[in-house]
Design a binder for this molecule. Sequence first.
Ligand code: FEO
Length: 395
Amino acid sequence: MKSREIANNVFYVGVNDRQKALFENIWPLPHGVSYNSYLILDEKTVLVDTVDICYSDLFLKKIAILLNGRSLDYLIVDHMEPDHAGSIRLLRQQYPDVQIVGNSKTFGMLDGFHGIKDGLHEVKEGDTLNIGSRSLQFYMAAMVHWPEVMFTYDPQNKILFSADAFGTYGTLDGGVLDTEINVDRFWDEMERYYTNIVGKYGSPVQKALQKASALDIETICSTHGPVWRQYLKKAVSIYDRLSRYAGEDGVTIVYGSMYGYTEQMAEAVAYALVENGVKNIAMHNVSKSHASYILRDVFKYKGLIIGSPTYSNQLFPEVESVLSKIEIRDVKNRLFGYFGSFAWSGASVKLLTAFGEKMKWEVVGTPVEQKQGFTPDSYEACLELGKAMANRLKQ
Ligand code: FEO
């Protein structure tokens, strides 16, 4: 079994997960996901992160082959979420003398998840660890995506081990480095991964990006997806744009509809958007699209138009569920249009008004409220709403 050497004595020892249907038991994995781990063979042997416990056996085998009888001196834990830290207890059983490198928050979690209290080597911001021909450096990156997250920097190879940052869904099908594979299929999945998993933490991601910009980085080794070298700048720019909530020109239309009347409103809005020059439109029926994809598009585009029937005097439940996910991620600066419907007493438009106010979004156009069937008046009002959004986007 061969492991890819991604830089001088740095080997990829991660694994692919093509079995789980849902990441975190929430988010669809149509193209799987990789759990990345890296082994550095210097005078000391150093492992950076582990993998999900489901893959421990394969993972430990890869490490043993590369160590070829040497002991494992250090395990650096950049992130304690179990998709990476899941194999730590088994690794410790295999290598009882391994010193675990982390910060004080890491060690609290290490005890909580694995009952490990000793053999620890604590590092703080800017600390170094000499491993022979180089000294690794450590930088705290709290809340990218948990509080204990830190980055490890290898100055000899100019590699940043970045935990979840710059990660993406999608398995590594034979290749690890972005120079040896076609990476086109990862960009959409990177946006979906970011918005699903890290999306709430835009401000900590911006701080971490600023910190990383002071380092001379040629390669980024994230815990998910390809090792970034040729496309490093593109990966960084995607994380930068998304963490600033900077939407591109375009509109996401999110709607619920029980019998098609609210859907006709959405269709009219979309028609008017295109009629007035908007080319990028992502349209989601909440009963069909998984929230994972809706979130990706809400982050992608500046314009957001939401439509909902009134249901038990509330919003349509699936619309409400999506709104909650948007609110949790504190999505900023969207241009917001909305419409709603009811059969005998309207609530959805009122509730969407309140939602827009809570999010501090700019309201565009006049909200449309429709009683019962889709009327010519509703149709015209929906066209006006679409036109208003298109004109606002042109400003
Ligand atoms: Fe890939 Fe936050 O764990």
